[in-house]
Write a protein that binds this ligand. Sequence first.
Ligand code: T6T
Length: 328
Amino acid sequence: MFRKAKATQKASIPVAALSLVLAAAPIGARAAGPATIALVPGITTDPFYITMQRGAAPEAKKLGLNLIWQGGSSWSAESQIPVLQALLAKHPAVLLVVPTDDTALINPIKQFVDAHIPVIAVDETISDASLLVSQITSNNSQGGAAAADAIAKFAGESGDVAVINVKPGIPTADARQKGFVTEMAKYPKMNVVAIEYDDDSPTKAFTEAQLLLLKYPHMVGIFGTNTFSAEGVGRAVAATGKKGKVDVVGFDALPEEVQLLKEGVITTLIIQRPAEEGRLAVQYAYDILNGKSSAVPKVVQLDNIVATTATANDPNVARYFYQTEMLH
Ligand code: T6T
């Protein structure tokens, strides 16, 4: 497991920006001093969010903002909502949040909006986007389609395929699954024979993939829709001796996924840019605090990076692999 940590960046703020911050501050909302913003990830131990923090922290320091990084210890509304409630009492100037449930997090986020604290959603979102100044994520649907095309190419556009996803109702992973299934329909000799869910557990993904490989002898590829799904699928294909016979395509770039990619078990990774998502979120928070909310895009979808076994050692690709240590 990755260690949980809380990072608060201390930095002076230029007087001009300070006056702008104070001018932008709602009445009675905040004492003078460097503005403090909060970034709440989906879970603190996931390298995707640790890499997001590695993009956010330097940007906050550069812009003279204090950054609080706090999150739940599991991917759930039950774990995340108490963190948000404790943060609300600290009245951050802006909230940057990865909502772990697109419905349950509406009211907790609305409490920040009602307290005149602007909210930016990162990675995930909520079903009431009117509460959000901005939504920053990846092009998840396009990434799912790219995964389908990669498996179709591997398999000569023929055979059975499956998806191992996290759990229904996660907007990012659902969009990847939908993009995959929609693209796969373009290949008449390929069949999506199963969609399973692993609750974000590589061990459960491993077991499910093993069962699929036994049940479907004509299986030619499995898509893992996020870090731990792809890791579990890759380990199952390797353990059953199916490397090179059954393709594995995954989202993200955990160290474990990258190792499987270099070994050729995973042939393609659809890599997101969490560091850029974190950097952009901090930049937009700064813009909001300086009266430039109109310059902040309502929706940002970043393109994905596609890595293959052949390009896994290219520095221009490796720079996007996820990290496991936060910046302080
Ligand atoms: O794939 C990412 C993220 O985009 C998704 O919302 C949840 O899972 C990850 O954090 C990877 O574990």
